[in-house]
Design a protein around this ligand. Sequence first.
Ligand code: FAD
Length: 292
Amino acid sequence: MKPPPFNYVAAATVDHAVELLNGDTDARVIAGGQSLMPLLNLRLASPELVVDIGRIDALNTITVDGEGLTIGAAVTQAKVAGNTGVLGGWPLLVEAIGLIGHAQIRNRGTLCGSLAHNDPLAELPAVSIALDASVTVSGPNGERVVPIDDLLTGPFMTSLEPGELITSAHYPTLRAETGWAISEFATRTGDFATAGVVTRLIVEGGVARDSVVVLFGLGPGPQRSAVVEAAINGASTPSLSEAVLAQLDASIHPNDDVHATADARREFAARLATESVSEAWAIAEARRGGST
Ligand SMILES: Cc1cc2nc3c(=O)[nH]c(=O)nc-3n(C[C@H](O)[C@H](O)[C@H](O)COP(=O)(O)OP(=O)(O)OC[C@H]3O[C@@H](n4cnc5c(N)ncnc54)[C@H](O)[C@@H]3O)c2cc1C
């Protein structure tokens, strides 16, 4: 199908984009277009004006400094994954981006666009929760910083107000001994995940702490698993007991859809949580030992 007619303007600056988004016409941001163009083509969206932020130079930057990592809203997923600073400090982002679609998608799609779109099966919202990210938002009332948990309000929903755009995503520096992992099941390589689990933890003196375990595809949106986190913190082994897996099963509400039944997703949850925790633990121990 072809999209409905719309006007297109490439914004020159963030202020210009904000002005266009707050004009008289119904306007929508386009970044990489990898989710918006399908929505337009399927006529699930019909803005009068599409505001392209991809050519705003100030948004096409990756900064690594004492504060952590900041990724501008025009930076493509491929550029994030190919950045040596990101690979050195936030390798989980690189691993997660490798699981997104195909190279063509990653060459145009942006990290911030994925957060703004908040597809419940997307990797980057779940990973951003695990990495304690925040986003900077610009709008008619100026700039504000929004923690990721406050941004992601539900499937395909965020707390962005009309006329606002995300200008960057920020990831705090991880402690050197942090371990991480993303485990997912997808029917075919490049497909959206059917279900996934992201883990971040620290192992000190053989005992885990500060764990964050995020499930996606196992409920209405990415969500932390209090059950698995409680089981890991203070534990001296990464293995999740049958009792913990039973509690995990009782805590999730997966859907049936064309990709998998809810029962299959429950099986994936147990397998992926076990795999993700154990891999993150192994990485944490290896980093402590200086071998990664
Ligand atoms: C075939 C295919 C396979 C894919 N597979 C995966 C996958 O496996 N995993 C995955 O996570 N994703 C997948 N994607 C989606 C891809 O990652 C998208 O690029 C991403 O979700 C959206 O980023 P974008 O820059 O393309 O955003 P756009 O398509 O430009 O925009 C998406 C939405 O976000 C809004 N938006 C974008 N940027 C901003 C901003 N800075 N501020 C405010 N609003 C904004 C737009 O208005 C629009 O509503 C796939 C896409 C395709 C077409």
